[in-house]
Design a protein around this ligand. Structure first.
Ligand SMILES: [Zn+2]
Length: 414
């Protein structure tokens, strides 16, 4: 099957700019990019407005799909449908499910469920330690069953175990995604103290590590201090840390309760500076859906997390469009290109180039819409973005040439 996108405003990685051009897709790949392509037998998508821009499909390095064990919060099916709506064409699902992604049999079963239920590809992360206990390396990790490992939700307290993990990752060329939280601290230092320790390990073992959902200026200072070892780390922060600070938190509203917590405006500015300095080089949702009952407890008892797939891009676009900090091009690198590189899949995704998978998202940058709970497809309605006006909404997501999400009011001429 062939699809022809006519006169799209397309971000082309090759020229590093947007160009009005046509795009021919065949058998799930981009086969031709150029002006005035004629193909009478292809299905034609006409994109006539300049405010609709075509970007490579987003790749999320950090989300929670809650399956197995917590499908009242989310499932592989509902999560991937929500992610497609957010413009995503690939996800890394964390392994703190119930049971956790530690034993080979559970891991294999989950891969089968993904095969059956997911509407976009999911890379299932294994846990680093067995059952997230931080004591020994997991069976899944020892058997090298995934490409990505994480104990997300907890930091690995034992330095010796962390060192072993880095050595094994190096042997297998695996990606470690690290949730940095040193339990001896209850404030922002929990993150930065462990980040400093793990950067030392990365340097000592000469193997790069990925630090996820960085939140504090202390952490940014540590990244800057290690600038000369830039090839030994990659990092992400989240849309909610870039959009909100502690100043925005509505007292007792558990939708703002997230780990790591929202910090000061100075911390937020430091994260932006780190993005500008290319020390934080990706944005991950940390999509963490929870049920109403769980979030409706008092602030101390309620679980941490924000349901993030559907608002991730519009949140960043709304907050930073027209700002001197970063441009739409930077957002493309943060949402697509760099995550593809970190996952080692950049030869086939992460940018719009001939020969690559036809994964794309069309953004309407004029469309402004209030976030309503009833519009959220995810089972998790726990988000402080409800009631906020955002723009830059995804109106169509394509995975390997197939439309996996289309806004009913997009009025694309198909
Ligand atoms: Zn985490």
């Amino acid at each position: 099957m062939r699809t022809l996108i006519k006169r799209g405003n397309i971000y082309l990685e090759k020229s590093h700019r947007f160009e009005y051009t046509d795009l021919l897709i065949e058998d799930g790949r981009f086969v031709k990019i150029g002006k005035n392509i004629v193909d009478r037998s292809a299905k034609v998508i006409q994109i006539s407005c300049s405010h609709r821009q075509i970007l490579p499909g987003f790749i999320d390095l950090h989300c929670h799909l809650r399956e197995p064990g917590q499908t009242h919060k989310e499932s592989i099916k509902t999560g991937t449908i929500a992610a497609a709506k957010g413009g995503y064409t690939k996800l890394v699902a964390m392994g703190n499910t119930s049971p956790a992604m530690s034993s080979a049999s559970i891991f294999r079963e989950t891969l089968e469920t993904i095969q059956k239920e997911a509407i976009i590809p999911v890379i299932q992360a294994g846990t680093i330690s067995q059952d997230l206990e931080g004591k020994v390396l997991s069976e899944v990790f020892l058997q090298n069953m995934s490409h990505v490992y994480s104990d997300d939700g907890k930091g690995i307290q034992d330095e010796e175990l962390m060192t072993q993990a880095v050595r094994l990752a190096k042997r297998n060329n695996s990606l470690l995604i690290l949730h940095e939280e040193d339990c001896r601290y209850t404030d922002y230092k929990a993150e930065s103290v462990m980040l400093e320790r793990d950067l030392k390990i990365a340097i000592h073992e000469n193997y790069p590590l990925h630090f996820t959902h960085l939140s504090s200026q202390e952490s940014v200072k540590i990244l800057f201090a290690n600038k000369k070892s830039r090839n030994l780390f990659t990092a992400d922060t989240t849309p909610h840390h870039l959009f909100f600070s502690a100043y925005d938190v509505v007292p007792d509203d558990t939708n703002y309760k997230v780990n790591p917590p929202l910090l000061t405006l100075d911390d937020q500015r430091a994260l932006v500076k780190a993005i500008q300095g290319k020390l934080i080089d990706s944005i991950a949702t940390d999509h963490a859906p929870h049920s109403k009952e769980e979030k409706n407890q008092d602030f101390k008892k309620a679980p941490c997390g924000i349901s993030g797939f559907e608002t991730a891009f519009p949140a960043c676009y709304t907050k930073y469009r027209g700002s001197p900090y970063f441009t739409l091009k930077d957002l493309i690198h943060l949402f697509s290109t760099n995550p593809a590189k970190f996952l080692g899949i950049y030869d086939s995704e992460g940018s719009i180039e001939v020969g690559k998978k036809a994964n794309l998202v069309i953004i309407d940058n004029l469309r402004e819409k209030k976030v309503n709970e009833s519009d959220l497809i995810s089972r998790g309605k726990n988000t402080p973005f409800i009631g906020k006006f955002l723009r830059g909404w995804p109106i169509l997501t394509m995975l390997e040439g197939e439309i996996v999400y289309e806004d009913s009011v997009a009025r694309l001429d198909i």
